[in-house]
Each structure stands twice: as structure tokens, then as C-alpha cells.
Write a protein that binds this ligand. Structure first.
Ligand SMILES: Nc1ncnc2c1ncn2[C@@H]1O[C@H](COP(=O)(O)OP(=O)(O)O)[C@@H](O)[C@H]1O
Ligand SMILES: [Mg+2]
Length: 363
């Protein structure tokens, strides 16, 4: 510093130079004391956060403007907070702005040793749109990978249940039938009949589990037959009346699209069955040449969508949106307490498919 001073001039000049850097630099700079209270901010911090210097200095704790930190691509958290470290050269912080928005910034923090013991200086840089887009792309890729791996695993377990356990149970049942027809005492006959009944029940259960995991109809026959059989199961299990209307061409779509649509409709129907106390559920399936639009409407109790999404209570709504977005589509959930729920799913058809259609028939 001394050498620098000599080179640059008097200490007064140094101070005013530092002051000018602090004021004009495009990165936000803030200093917090040993307890985490904000003691100094520059103009860039005011601009990025939306709060004025007066609203921040001596009034806000760092935790009031920070919504968690993350290193690399991991999720933001408060665990292992930068504030506990003497230095953290590079991390991502989610800044809470005055408007209550969440603003991702690239950050670094250093605890000052000299002159200001215990104080920590933080530098926050607006993550460029490009960086943000990059991160979103990465997250989509990751979600896509997880969703596909999950589908593959479900397919595998479903087949194994059906072909392995299901077949074994069937063989047992056939064996029991033979046994039941042989000469047995009355008590033994009853015993065999009981075991037969239990085996038949277990077979039903295995079949149901295999179907729920991934119906083979989805791969073999297509989306609509798979949806029809899902509807039958939901009607039977939950005493719900489901009405399906199909408009436009009936055809097969790409496997990823059929799976996504099936899972989204399945989740919407399950939500209705679980929470809506509805009597009726209507599904309109429209093939509109360039896109497929599915509308799912229930006449149930409805809910506050924003609150549910904010609560992050379940992965269902999030998963539906994520699946649609991965295919360039969207899921719009409209509901209000006492007014039922409408879910609108839109998935665009890939270009070639939109123009010529897939000739494989669907029913
Ligand atoms: N059709 C519906 N009718 C009433 N409430 C619903 C409906 N769909 C969703 N909800 C509410 O939204 C919440 C979040 O749903 P979801 O994300 O699917 O999570 P989960 O089903 O795991 O709870 C549910 O807990 C429920 O309170
Ligand atoms: Mg759900």
C-alpha cells in the first residue's frame, strides 16, 4: 500500500481515488459488521437491490437481503454460509430486492483484517442474462435427465413385475388349481381355496402396481388408449365421473411427448381425486395440427395456486410444468377456493410431425 501511495501521490489523493472507485464501480459493494449488520453500501448496491443507502445502512442485516448462497450449480442454501468464513472468493447469492424479487448475483466475500476487524466486504455482480440462461439450460438438462432415467426405471420395474412376479404368481395359481382338484380332506380343500384367493389377490395387486408404474399400453397402443384405461381406474378407485372428449386427428406422437402428456394428465387427475372433493372431471384432448392442447377441469373445492406453488408443498405442479417446458410447452393451472380447478396443457408438435402427422393410428 505504501509503495502504491508513493507511486500514486498523497494519502488524500488515494482516499479520493478509492472513494471514486467505490462510488462508480458497476459491481455492488457492501460492508457488514461482525454481527452481519450492513454498515456501508455503494450506489451500485442501491441500484441492484432497489433499496436506498438510508434503508440499508444500520437498518438491515445481511440475512434480510440474502436468500441463500450456492457454489457452482448446486441449490441455494444457508448451510455453510459465507459469513462463517474468512474468505469466499466465488459463489452465487440470491439477493432479495426491495420489490421482493429474487435476483441472482455472482458474489465474493472477504473479512477485513486490518483497520476494520470483524467487518466483511462483499462484492456482488449482476449475473448477466447469458449466465442466467446458461444456468437455466443446465437445470433443464438435469431435470430432463432425471425424468428420463425415472421413466426408464419405471418401465423396467413394471416389466419385471408383470413378467417376473406376475408370471410366477400365475404358475402358483395354476398349481393350486390342480391341487384343489385332487382328493383332499375338507379342511385341506378349504385351505387350498384360501391360498388360491390370496394368490389371485396378490396377482391383481402386482398387475395394478405394474400398470401404475408405467402402462405398457402407452408404448404399445399410444396415449389415448393409455389415458382411457387410466380414466377407468380412477373412476373405479375414487368414484369420480370422468368425461373425455377427443377433437382433431388421432395419431401417435413421439414417445417423449406421449409420456409427458400421460404423466401430466395423471398428476392432474390424481390431484383432483386427492384434494378436490369433486364429482366430475372433464378432459378435452385437442390435436390442433401444430400443437396438442389438453384441458382438465374439475368441479371441486379449488385452491390458491400461488400459495401452493410458493409453499412448494408438493412436486406435482412443479413436475407438470417442468415436463411440458422440456418439450417447449406449458402448463397453466387456474383455480380459486370454491371454484374448481382447470389445468391447460399445451405441447407444440415438432415441425415434421405437425405437417405430415405420424401415420401410426391411435384409437
Ligand atoms: N385439483 C385440485 N383441487 C384442489 N386442490 C388442489 C388441486 N390440485 C392441487 N391442489 C393443491 O395444491 C397442492 C400442491 O399440489 P401438488 O404440487 O400436486 O403436490 P402434492 O400432490 O404432492 O401435494 C396440493 O397439496 C393441494 O393442496
Ligand atoms: Mg400432486
Amino acid at each position: 500500500m505504501n509503495a502504491w501511495k508513493e507511486e500514486r501521490g498523497t494519502s488524500q489523493e488515494t482516499v479520493s481515488l478509492l472513494q471514486s472507485i467505490f462510488t462508480n464501480i458497476s459491481d455492488a459493494v457492501l460492508v457488514v459488521d461482525h454481527s452481519g449488520m450492513i454498515v456501508t453500501v455503494n450506489a451500485a448496491m442501491e441500484r441492484i437491490s432497489g433499496w436506498s443507502q438510508d434503508e440499508l445502512v444500520g437498518k438491515k442485516h445481511i440475512c434480510e437481503v440474502c436468500l441463500g448462497m450456492a457454489t457452482c450449480q448446486e441449490e441455494s442454501t444457508c448451510t455453510d454460509c459465507f459469513f462463517k468464513r474468512s474468505q469466499m472468493p466465488s459463489f452465487e447469492m440470491r439477493l432479495r430486492t426491495k420489490e421482493g424479487r429474487e435476483y441472482p448475483v455472482a458474489a465474493s466475500s472477504t473479512r477485513l483484517p486490518e483497520g476494520a476487524p470483524g467487518k466483511m466486504v462483499m462484492i456482488l455482480r449482476d449475473m448477466t442474462d447469458q449466465q442466467r440462461a446458461e444456468k437455466e439450460r443446465y437445470q433443464h438438462k438435469l431435470t430432463n435427465f432425471v425424468i428420463q432415467a425415472q421413466e426408464e426405471e419405471r418401465k423396467r420395474i413394471s416389466r419385471e413385475l408383470h413378467d417376473g412376479v406376475g408370471q410366477a404368481l400365475y404358475s402358483i395359481l395354476v398349481g393350486l388349481n390342480v391341487l384343489g382338484q385332487s382328493k383332499l380332506s375338507g379342511a385341506m380343500k378349504q385351505h387350498v381355496a384360501d391360498v388360491q384367493q390370496l394368490t389371485a389377490k396378490a396377482m391383481e395387486e402386482v398387475k395394478r402396481m405394474a400398470l401404475e408404474l408405467r402402462p405398457s399400453a402407452l408404448d404399445d397402443l399410444g396415449l389415448l388408449p393409455a389415458l382411457r384405461s387410466l380414466i377407468k381406474r380412477v373412476e373405479k378407485s375414487f368414484g369420480l365421473t370422468v368425461d373425455l372428449h377427443v377433437q382433431g386427428a388421432r395419431r401417435r406422437y413421439q414417445a417423449a411427448m406421449e409420456t409427458a402428456l400421460y404423466r401430466i394428465v395423471q398428476e392432474a387427475m390424481t390431484n383432483t381425486a386427492k384434494y378436490a372433493q369433486a364429482e366430475k372431471l372433464g378432459i378435452v384432448f385437442e390435436d390442433r395440427e401444430k400443437e396438442v392442447v389438453v384441458t382438465i377441469v374439475d368441479d371441486g373445492v379449488g385452491f390458491d395456486v400461488e400459495a401452493a406453488e410458493h409453499r412448494g408443498s408438493g412436486l406435482g405442479l412443479f413436475g407438470m410444468k417442468e415436463r411440458a417446458q422440456l418439450l417447449g410447452g406449458s402448463v397453466d393451472v387456474r383455480s380459486a377456493i370454491g371454484e374448481g380447478t382447470t389445468v391447460i396443457v399445451r405441447i407444440p408438435l415438432p415441425k415434421g410431425e405437425a405437417e405430415h402427422g405420424d401415420t401410426r393410428p391411435d384409437r
